[in-house]
Ligand binder design. Structure first.
Ligand code: PGA
Ligand code: ZN
Length: 426
């Protein structure tokens, strides 16, 4: 049972305040969980409660969220059984009473929800992935490593936010990490040789100024080959343009493509051209969050060959994902716990994806902590795919290193296989 719950402020990977929750059980076990924060957020995400006091952290303080945990939430949950995560999350949702967790804050609620899941696992002496996923939780994800950062995650001239490498042909998760880390180092050497910056962005990927968005794909393919791998067979590419961040009236404004307004149709033509020439297996947020027509057109055109992922448009919200499935808006959803605010609702979002035959990619946020909850969560859900940035920066590696530990613990029972279709390029 829950004995006590307390939150306090810590800092995220951008040096901005966030909160960590400490939950103590009546048996004396202590579970902690920390909450991440996005930069290119969807408009319909659950509310991340910030203080708004300009004199403290430029308004980004989280004292109110912390007070909500320490006061009303701690009071409401004291004595509750940890066995029923859904009941705990239901209590949190009811206590908040709004549709977007705007009263208590999704950051306050999620910290408690994750800490409760951890405490429950500790109570039954099981690792979190097994407690949440059962004995069948043996599938490690393909790590989609964001090795080149642009958009809102970097100060360079690249419009598209994320260029990820996905070691689809690796025989295990540990080997996938080696493929990715070696390619990351090869990319660094290659950029250095060309006099380009090797400073990194928010998610640990390099953030050089490039001649065009496409050049990012080209240098990544070169790096894959320089590291001794086959582009496509061993390592594929996944993109998150995060198009909401360059959506404008009537289309999209790409500084890297001449800076005029690009229509949704022309943007789809760019993706189609790239998919023919680069080993791309997944495109996330290729269109803006309000441009469902753009998504639908892309899914119609490319959904049979590659994964089309909705992030900013679906915001891990089961109600919106249901609509997305009905309207064939994509064939996968990005999954971020803090977009919706409880473990139970996140599980529901993934369940809906699976029922529809959709993919589900579990994701970190650009503002992260060293909390590795999503590593266990991904294995528990068996999604087969996760993104946690480049193999660089401790808060990114915390998740990957935890997954290596899980794989080692599972031993022969661990499974690693790509959820993606073979890249249709060339
Ligand atoms: P965010 O970016 O965490 O800044 O929202 C991640 C993403 O867009 O997938
Ligand atoms: Zn995204």
């Amino acid at each position: 049972r829950i004995n006590s719950i307390a939150a306090r402020q810590i800092f995220d990977s951008r040096g901005l305040p966030t909160l960590t929750v400490r939950l103590e059980t009546t048996g004396g076990a202590i579970a902690e969980a920390s909450v991440p924060s996005g930069a290119s957020t969807g408009a319909h995400e659950a509310v991340e409660l910030r203080d708004g006091d300009p004199k403290r952290f430029g308004g980004k303080g989280v004292d109110k969220a912390i007070a909500n945990v320490n006061g009303p939430i701690a009071n409401a949950l004291a004595g509750m059984s940890l066995e029923d995560q859904a009941a705990i999350d239901r209590r949190l949702i009811d206590l908040d009473g709004t549709s977007n967790k705007g009263k208590l804050g999704a950051n306050a609620i999620l910290g408690v929800s994750m800490a409760a899941a951890r405490a429950a696992a500790m109570t039954v002496s099981q690792p979190l992935y097994r407690h949440l996923g059962g004995a069948g939780a043996v599938r490690l994800p393909v790590p989609c490593m964001n090795v080149l950062n642009g958009g809102k995650h970097a100060d360079n001239n690249v419009d598209f936010q994320e260029f990820m490498i996905a070691p689809v042909g690796a025989p295990s998760f540990a080997e996938a990490m080696r493929y990715g880390a070696e390619t990351y180092q090869a990319l660094k050497a290659l950029l250095h040789d060309r006099g380009l910056s090797t400073a990194v962005g928010d998610e640990g990927g390099f953030a050089p100024d490039l001649g065009s968005n496409e050049e990012a794909c080209a240098v990544i393919v070169e790096a894959i080959e320089r590291a001794g791998y086959r582009a496509g067979e061993d390592i594929a590419i996944a993109l998150d343009p995060a198009a909401s961040s360059f959506a404008v009236e009537g289309g999209y404004r790409l500084a890297g493509e001449g800076d005029g307004v690009t229509s949704a149709k022309a943007l789809l033509a760019i993706y189609e051209d790239w998919v023919k020439r680069y080993p791309i297996v997944s495109i996330e947020d290729g269109f803006g969050e309000d441009d469902w027509a753009g998504f639908i057109a892309q899914t119609e055109a490319q959904g049979g060959r590659i994964q089309i992922v909705g992030d900013d448009n679906f915001v891990t919200n089961p109600t919106i994902i249901k609509r997305g499935i009905a309207e064939k808006v994509a064939n996968a959803a990005l999954i971020k716990l803090n977009q919706i605010g409880t473990v139970t609702e996140t599980v529901e979002a993934i369940r809906l994806c699976f029922e529809a035959g959709w993919g589900a990619m579990v994701s970190h946020r650009s503002g992260e902590t060293t909390d590795d909850f999503i590593a266990d969560f991904t294995v528990a859900m068996g999604t087969g795919q996760l993104k946690s940035g480049a193999p660089c920066r401790g808060e990114r590696l915390a998740k990957y290193n935890r997954l290596m530990a899980i794989e080692a613990e599972l031993g022969d029972r661990a499974q690693y296989s790509s959820p993606f279709k073979r890249p249709p390029h060339r």
